[in-house]
Design a protein around this ligand. Sequence first.
Ligand code: 13P
Ligand code: SF4
Length: 320
Amino acid sequence: MTRSTAKKLDPYLDFEQEINKLKKKLNAVILAHYYQDSEIQDIADYIGDSLELSKKAATTSADVIVFCGVKFMAEAAYILNPDKKVLLPDLNAGCSLEESCRPDAFKKFREEYPDHYAVTYINCSAEVKALSDIIVTSSNAQHIITNLPANRPILFAPDKHLGRYLINKTGRQMTLWNGYCVVHENFSERELIKIKTTNPKAKIIAHPECTLSLLEYADYVGSTSSLLKYTTKNNGSEFIVLTEPGIIHQMQKAAPNSKFFDVPSHNQAGCNSCSQCPYMRLNTLEKLYYCMVDKSPEIIVPADIAASAKIALDRMLAES
Ligand code: 13P
Ligand code: SF4
């Protein structure tokens, strides 16, 4: 359970200091995705994309993994390292892609295409991973799909935009699940054009979860880590960033002479049309501290589901 806010208010606590003490006491490692608040990124031991964080979770010697990301990431950490205690600061930190792909519906989808190989994006539940042949992330999907036997038909779930992008990149036909990311589907094309018009030298960089119409504007497309590397190599330039703006914190640190523009969402719901992920941003420094004090919320995946999901995750790691 996540603590109620009423219990949490303590104006005298220095959360950074207390979290660092708890890290030592628990022999804990804090893993954070780039979409976390800057203050969480600054206290993390490792920051990375989904693939890098999975690899780190699979090999850490810490006793406790505190996962500052969303639930599917913490589940993957547990599946890859079931002897560790895995904590997630807010149990409601889900993902619209995961929600779009319920295990029962996915099972039926697979049954409709019994001869197809199921390539599933890591942004899904442990149950859906357990029903998949191989897991991919945006860093390795193109490589993994390109290397599948040419005569093998493929299902791709749950992100239809990433799926279409991969069909174009690999030339492989794939039957797509109809899911999308609420952040990357909703960037405002009108705002993007306005920003580009007033800053014509700025390069547009995009995550492949964006719609194809947005990707057509992009000078560079890649996973979060690959976008970060691209901006780091081009220090001193201007960038319009079509991914969750939390990553701009690391981009700005690595390329202090560059200028970054985030792009508002056309969806008026949420944070006044900013493009923050409503799930990722549920985690706060305060919740991070209390989850380490309480050793809760803890992520545990039932053993039978974890065992099947691990096969699909291990296949991915072997190819990455
Ligand atoms: P990557 O960090 O693997 O590029 O994924 C982005 C994302 O949406 C994670 O939820
Ligand atoms: Fe899911 Fe999109 Fe948020 Fe990533 S940014 S966790 S894909 S909703």
